[in-house]
Design a protein around this ligand. Sequence first.
Ligand SMILES: [Zn+2]
Ligand SMILES: [Zn+2]
Length: 333
Amino acid sequence: KGGGFKASPGQTALQEGHIWGSMRRTVLILGSGLLLFVAFWNSVTWHLQRFWGASGYFWQAQWERLLSTYEGKEWILFITDSGATLVPSLFFWCFNGLLLVVDTTGKPNFISRYRIQAGKNEPVDPVKLRQSTRTVLFNQFMISLPMIVFLYPFLKWWGDPCRRELPTFHWFLLELVIFTLTEEVLFYYSHRLLHHPAFYKKIHKKHHEWTAPIGVISLYAHPIEHVASNMLPTILGPLVMGSHLSSITTWFSLALIATTISHCGYHLPFLPSPEFHDYHHLKFNQCYGVLGVLDHLHGTDTVFKQTKAYERHTLLLGFTPLSESIPDSLKKM
Ligand SMILES: [Zn+2]
Ligand SMILES: [Zn+2]
């Protein structure tokens, strides 16, 4: 670790001290955050559980019907339903299909007017898009899918994902929080490692060919990156928790939609802001994480915080594009 740095021993020690200090702060803040969260947990979920009580039986019945159809062949249900296959991929490609229409035609204008990087991908280069899409399909069906198949026996042994009883809503929400935090930590550090000169050129540069990203590019990566930085951070949570297939499928679908939004290149109203990761693609050495918590703690967002993009990094609750209400430069005043 740190072998490639050309710093004096003193500087290196200082740097390492800084990193350890940051990590300790990270653990402290995440820990106390978790405690606070648990404290508020019961009151919040009590209300949600009342809602769930009514619809819970419905979903349990649906699940049991599905199970009886696949009795003795639950692995087929698991393979087709989760991971790189049917349900999450369907969400991914439906959403990306719509985005691709805007990317390739620039229409409809009521979507393309929300473009973050003006003048880029207007329209998107068809050759580059075709090549990238091929890589995305390869990653999904030649890497993610076999990984899921390979993991099934272990999952079955650890906590059968196709068990009869669906998780309670309470439990499912808790799982989502754990999955999200696991992903943030693993993605942040693996992604930062991929930016180390030892790995960047051979592995991560591919993903960064797109300085103005579009939705499908979220899965455009070197195979090693796809396993270490896309799959592992997403799958480790469900793996450790011995999650139910319904939790796994929902989480994978949410994760794919979230990463598509963060790469889509449009800051659309009422959707999470993609400014953070868009800025990472533009500048390379800022904003490594998903939520931004670890970037804040490690100070890898300090330049970003001085930009107009940071001012625009918020949930848009109106219809005026943020590029108009908070324009980049005010030179022509
Ligand atoms: Zn990216
Ligand atoms: Zn990167």
